[in-house]
Write a protein that binds this ligand. Structure first.
Ligand SMILES: Cc1ncc(COP(=O)(O)O)c(C=O)c1O
Length: 397
């Protein structure tokens, strides 16, 4: 039964995101092992997972966080501590002013942004004391992924400087810059990293060899905690980079920390029939699991019997799992179950922590899932946050 497989089910509201702390610790331990073996620094990419109430679980393992801009950087400083690495495709002046007070790394995406803020940054007392390290995000122009939506190396990409863009800039463009940053992978293996690093060296090797360039950030997208990920190769690639260019290497994975650590629980609200059976749930794909529509992908779901639902028609009872919003396409997919679904049945969607909790909305005013933890070690659930009508109302005016 579902509640036997997921003991937190009866002690958490429906819907809820539930993060399994043991699984989170296990991922963090794998990542910390890489950090130690590769002698590099690893930080958590908050864009993927920013459930700050569980940061104490991660802090012992890593060096800090990477932030996509001022708000993530503030959250990193306030709730995680350690080092804060900030990169945004474009800052405004007020953000730079605020960031200079506390960020440890500040990476720029264009020559224009860097030159616009260089004087402000390099005259700041923290920069003069060596407490702020500035970098340029570069584009190695080497695509290894298969989905253009996630490929910063597509032609016309706005993310990262090409070699041509750097060469076209003024001669002193690298003055004040101490490192390079690239991010080109998404759920990829270390073989793709190796190929990307080769392309990087081909295009930017002379810059990496300069004595004033002391660090390289190899971004995220490394599927480190996936069982068949070639971790030895990652360690070798990083060690080789460090030795060849005398660099400190940073890695900023997000997904790898939170993959397979979280669930989204739901309840069947209604069952209708139009060509096929349709179950309407109390969660929304567009509101609570947007990557199902955006990426798109088909999440795994456990049925009331505690077993994984199968593709349509594989098991005796097939349902289209739909959602309670006005969007016609707010549908999770067609699944089959061994028993008929009933109104009030609970379902559990798997792998709902990374890039899910950070992306939710309150579209149509649908109840936002509560945020909970489950600790198998102590067999305890904690309801960290529930959302009310007031939360919905206060976002809008
Ligand atoms: C610059 C940068 N760093 C790190 C990450 C984290 O990537 P992932 O969560 O796939 O490891 C991303 C993801 O988009 C990114 O854009």
């Amino acid at each position: 039964m579902l509640a036997q497989r997921f003991p937190f089910l009866d002690s958490t509201p429906s819907p809820s995101f539930v993060v399994d702390l043991e699984k989170l610790r296990a991922n963090a331990a794998i990542i910390a092992d890489i950090q130690q073996r590769a002698d590099c620094k690893i930080v958590l990419a908050l864009k993927a997972f920013s459930m700050w109430s569980v940061f104490p679980e991660l802090k012992p393992f890593i060096k800090g966080c990477c932030a996509s801009g001022i708000w993530e950087a503030r959250l990193a400083r306030e709730e995680f501590g350690g080092e804060v690495l900030t990169y945004s495709p474009a800052y405004d002046e007020s953000e730079i002013t605020e960031l200079l007070d506390f960020t440890d790394h500040l990476d720029f995406n264009s020559v224009g942004q860097w030159l616009r803020f260089r004087e402000q940054v390099t005259s700041h007392p923290r920069f003069i004391k060596g407490e702020i390290h500035c970098g340029l995000r570069v584009n190695p122009e080497h695509s290894t992924g298969s989905t253009p939506l996630y490929d910063p190396c597509v032609p016309g990409s706005r993310l990262g400087l090409t070699r041509d863009q750097i060469d076209a800039a003024c001669n002193d463009v690298l003055d004040g810059i101490s490192g390079l940053h690239f991010h080109t992978l998404c759920e990829q293996g270390s073989e793709d990293l190796e190929a990307t690093v080769n392309a990087l060296i081909e295009r930017f090797g002379d810059i990496l060899s300069r004595p004033e360039i002391t660090w390289l950030n190899i971004g995220g997208g490394h599927w480190i905690t996936k069982p068949d990920y070639n971790r030895d190769l990652l360690v070798n690639v990083v060690r080789k980079l460090r030795e060849q260019f005398s660099l400190r290497v940073w890695i900023e994975p997000g997904e790898a920390f939170a993959i397979h650590t979280g669930y989204l629980t739901a309840t069947v609200r209604d069952i209708t029939h139009n060509a096929l059976d349709i179950a309407i749930l109390n969660i929304s794909a567009t509101g609570h699991m947007p990557d199902v529509l955006e990426m798109p992908y088909r999440p795994d779901v456990f049925g009331p019997d505690g077993e994984l639902a199968a593709s349509a028609n594989e098991k005796p009872h097939t349902y289209r799992l739909g959602c309670p919003t006005c969007l016609a396409g707010d549908v999770i997919g067609d699944y089959s179950f061994s028993e008929e679904l009933q109104i009030g049945d609970r379902l559990v969607f798997d792998d709902m922590a990374h890039y899910t909790m950070v992306k939710t909305t309150m579209f149509n005013g649908v109840q936002h899932p509560a945020i909970c933890t489950w600790d198998p070690e102590s067999q305890t659930t904690k309801i960290i946050r529930e959302f009310t009508y007031e939360d919905y109302r206060s976002r809008l005016s």
